[in-house]
Design a protein around this ligand. Sequence first.
Ligand code: ZN
Ligand code: ZN
Length: 300
Amino acid sequence: MSRYWIHSAPSDYRDDLRECARADRCANPRIETADGKTTRLPALTPRAFCDSCRLTIAKALSDLPELFIRVHSCLDKSGQTSAGPVVSVSKSAPVPVSLPADELLRLVLAVLVSWEERVRAVANLVELDTDTSRYRRDGVALTQAWTTLATHLDVLLALPEEPMMRAVSLREAAALPPGTKGLVHRTAGYADVFMNLSGADAGIEILNLTWRCRSFLTDTRPKPRHMSGVPCDCGFCDLYEALDDDGQFAGATCKRCGNEYTGDAYRDLTKAQEAVVKKAGARRRTVLAGAGDDTRSRRA
Ligand SMILES: [Zn+2]
Ligand SMILES: [Zn+2]
């Protein structure tokens, strides 16, 4: 039998409370102490998620379009990034493309579009024309799916279990209960399987997608540059460039003592260093001038 999360409940509603579907990751856990031992338990809620976790999911969903654009800008491996509008990432993708970025974008799209279809059916929205939806450009598909989900988040999170197609690794597929229907693509190393998914799974999937986009973007961020030749106040030349969220220069951090310099403080540091270098250079020139005749005769 399928579970059915109720949409809304009166404030005095107490029956049939269940544990928040985020389980041990619940943002508002109950802390229970027994025999001097403290345990964190998920919040009790009449819905799939407690209010705090619902807020976390809403925030994750609202962050997704921007993350999608940022991952999309990593698609072109030639290093040109654009913050421009989302363009098609499938059929007409430029080559060479970054495969991890491409895979992640397809996953975000597939998951959001699959939930969009289910929400449309439940919320009595006009169903998308199959032909049109098949040829929707990815940017358009993402915007439409996202808008539907964001405006009907509670409908989404209250969806009952229903079989939905998901691509999983062969190892995950092997761990699924016997009798699970699907198609194994052995050479490609994955399987398309039908899983019974509810609104609780939708919330978890949205959180996972956001997390995967974020970790993809952090992983592909260039390694901090060593600012060689500029000593920190601690005396060691162990300063590394610090970048802000947009990848712009934001100062430097010392790996030795942990001192952080803002952009201005770092510039002051380099100015001080330039002065030292200039003074040293002048001293060297004086020495060289003394040995000037010698140098010239050797060059000749
Ligand atoms: Zn929770
Ligand atoms: Zn230092």
